[in-house]
Design a binder for this molecule. Structure first.
Ligand SMILES: [Fe+2]
Length: 385
């Protein structure tokens, strides 16, 4: 966790923040996330008959169940709690892990409330003020780590990438899911990865800038080596059952998480065809009400954001006011004003802009859409730990 009382001061030598003022895109002009009229969308209202009363009721029940769960997670600040299932090496929530959660969550919450009351739970004062300002204004900042730092990241994440390679070889491409391309470093199994990345992030003032941005103490919570390759085309043929083409905005989304910043470190050069991380500059400032945010996350959580016919049919069975997604990019029609706005502020962060990005997932982004070869990237989550 970041020190709570770091004094503002000069950054260590070698800390360089790329000047994102020079980014060749203007800030996002939109004031909200796209509000798509699904009734007139050719792959939704244009494809399906109106839902029956029974379909509408079933969809609403499924939605409300998930909505309750997503709201509960929000209330307990789940995204800033330890992810025990990953720490013990599995991905599933077992009864034993659930029992540990029930002990740890209240203890953590009470501890945080007490420290807040005692004035001990403060955001850091950022030494790298320029980085912090950039995050506030653009929602993204690009940095250039030194070659030695990138080499260190390569070295400490090599065991994770090796495990990922072995796992991916055992699963055929058709059966591979998103999580099969991601390795979860844990503090018990990969302490060297946490030590190295925490050191680099401290050196560049990234951790403290994230803490100041989020207004709470922050540390490196997750480290995820990730591999994407050209055959893994999750953003293509979205509406395979129709003649509706993939839109330019495919896979643009906002994250379903709350209260965290993310980072990505490129461990090799990434050009336009290697799936660079992309961000719509300043889109983190788009107004999304609390209720709207929960609706968008709920649809992603319960699978209604999917684009297979069954998922789209269920989504269309919802009342119009609930037809909103966090993963909305695939539904924005190229001819719409929303598409123009998104295109204007869209920046593909190739290696020309740096080898490390820090961003607020509340802003509109995408990445890993590889046209040629593969992309090896290390994702980092900065949250209260
Ligand atoms: Fe994301």
């Amino acid at each position: 966790m970041t020190s709570l009382d770091h004094a503002a001061g000069a950054l260590p030598a070698g800390a360089v923040t790329a000047d994102s003022a020079a980014l060749p895109v203007p800030p996002f002009r939109g004031t909200s996330l796209p509000d798509i009229d699904y009734a007139s969308h050719p792959a939704y209202g244009g494809t399906f008959q109106p839902s029956t009363a029974r379909e509408r009721l079933q969809a609403l029940v499924t939605f409300l169940r998930s909505f309750a769960f997503v709201t509960f997670r929000r209330i307990v600040d789940y995204d800033n709690m330890p992810l025990l299932s990953k720490e013990v090496g599995g991905g599933r929530l077992t009864p034993a892990i659930a029992a540990r959660y029930m002990v740890i969550f209240p203890r953590l919450r009470i501890g945080r409330i007490l420290r807040s009351l005692l004035g001990q739970r403060r955001a850091a004062v950022p030494a790298n003020r320029a980085l912090c300002d950039r995050l506030f204004s653009d929602g993204i900042a690009c940095l250039r780590l030194s070659e030695e730092e990138i080499e260190a990241v390569r070295r400490v994440t090599a065991p994770g990438f090796a495990k990922l390679d072995r796992r991916r070889m055992e699963i055929s491409l058709e059966k591979r899911k998103f999580d099969d391309n991601v390795y979860w470093c844990t503090r018990s199994a990969d302490p060297q990865a946490f030590e190295a990345i925490e050191r680099i992030f401290r050196r560049h003032g990234i951790t403290d800038a994230a803490s100041a941005y989020l207004g709470r103490p922050v540390g490196v919570k997750h480290i995820n080596p990730q591999i994407n390759e050209e055959n893994y085309a999750f953003w293509k043929r979205l509406f395979a059952d129709t003649k509706v083409p993939d839109p330019w905005t495919s896979y643009l989304h906002v994250d379903a998480t709350y209260g965290m910043l993310k980072g990505a470190i490129y461990i090799h050069d990434i050009g336009p065809d290697n799936g660079p991380f992309c961000y719509v500059r300043a889109s983190h400032r788009a107004k999304v009400g609390g209720f709207e945010g929960l609706i968008r996350r709920t649809n992603d959580f319960c699978g209604f954001s999917g684009r297979r016919p069954e998922a789209r049919r269920k989504f269309m069975a919802l009342p119009r006011v609930l037809r909103k997604k966090a993963d909305f990019g695939g539904d924005v029609l190229d001819s719409s004003p929303d598409a123009t706005c998104l295109k204007e502020g869209h920046l593909a962060v190739t290696s020309d802009y740096g080898n490390c990005v820090v961003f607020d997932g509340k802003g509109i982004h995408r990445g890993g859409m590889v046209n040629k070869g593969e992309r090896r990237c290390v994702f980092i989550v900065l949250a209260e730990i």
